[in-house]
Design a protein around this ligand. Structure first.
Ligand SMILES: *[C@@H]1O[C@H](CO)[C@@H](O)[C@H](O)[C@H]1NC(C)=O
Length: 286
């Protein structure tokens, strides 16, 4: 892994990737969607699809997790030009944090204005249920506390300012719109709004850690999303974040429940359809 004290990639490297894509496709997406664990089906809703496996894209990282396909899909979601990341990169895979967020700056250079990020998360808030859909209203950047912030190092002003604001990271208007659409499509009963806390993973949380995070005000916990959102906000993209609550964090020492990736993938299959509809209906209205 490279040192985070220097800039991992130059402006020209992001540009090389973006220019290659702009050369390969005539599509000019204004919305980018990052699909979380088991949520790659969003890309299948696109029409006029053009698919680029990550391995074919110059300088693009590649994914190693089961349930993550590893391709960039361009297409139209109900008429609107989108680009979908089917499979994202995680810090726990061993990528440095700038590599995890590499695609976001490429999206920016493609002309994308809005980033929609989805993930599978563990519920911490006692009023949540497995299968709930949580709009992210704020985050806790735990790896950032430990110096793993993708914006560490030299700041290139062509992307954004040295000290970007994060108090408005998750666009209020898009959240309001998402709530309205969820009501209209009958998902209001299991739609929540809360704080997402990112941990580096790959271990799931201990009981003591879950209790700690709950005390800190986190409603859900996961191993992604925050680095991408930080980089997106830095370069001025509007962000909507959505978590599918795929398991409830274990809070009780008497419990015999154990977190596991198979459970996460199983639950996502059930509510995936609702979440996909929510995102695609939202895209037509932003
Ligand atoms: C849990 O979520 C509900 C909304 O669903 C919220 O009103 C409540 O404040 C949250 N609880 C905690 C402890 O944050």
């Amino acid at each position: 892994m490279s040192s985070s004290s220097t800039c991992r990639y130059s402006y020209d490297e992001y540009k090389k990737t973006a220019d290659w894509l702009l050369d390969q496709t005539k599509q000019r997406p204004t919305v980018a969607i990052i699909c979380g664990s088991g949520l790659g089906g969003l890309a299948d809703l696109l029409e006029d699809k053009e698919v680029f496996p990550y391995a074919d894209i110059p300088l693009f990282p590649t994914s190693t997790v089961p349930g993550h396909a590893g391709q960039l899909v361009f297409g139209k979601m109900q008429g609107r030009a989108c680009v979908c990341m089917q499979g994202r990169f995680h810090f726990y895979e061993g990528y440095d944090i700038q590599k995890v967020t590499y695609p976001v700056r490429v999206f920016f250079m493609l002309g994308v204005k809005t980033l929609i990020v989805t993930n599978a998360a563990g519920g911490l808030n006692g009023s949540y249920c497995v299968g709930d859909i949580m709009l992210i209203k704020d985050h806790i950047n735990m790896p950032g506390f430990a110096g793993q912030n993708p914006l560490c190092g030299h700041n290139d002003e062509r992307f954004g300012t040295r000290f970007p604001c994060m108090s408005d990271a998750y666009d209020r208007d898009m959240r309001a719109l998402a709530k309205q659409i969820a009501e209209e499509q009958g998902c209001g009963g299991f739609l929540r709004e809360g704080v997402y806390c990112m941990l580096a993973g790959p271990t799931y949380e201990t009981i003591a850690e879950c209790r700690l995070l709950q005390t800190l005000g986190a409603d859900a916990v996961g191993m992604s999303t925050v680095p991408e959102v930080v980089v997106a906000r830095h370069c001025g993209l509007n962000v909507l974040g959505v978590s599918l609550i795929t398991n409830m964090a274990v809070m009780d020492y008497e419990s015999t429940v154990k977190a596991n990736h198979a459970e996460v993938l199983e639950t996502t299959r059930h509510r995936t359809h609702d979440l996909e509809r929510l995102v695609s209906n939202l895209i037509t209205k932003i």
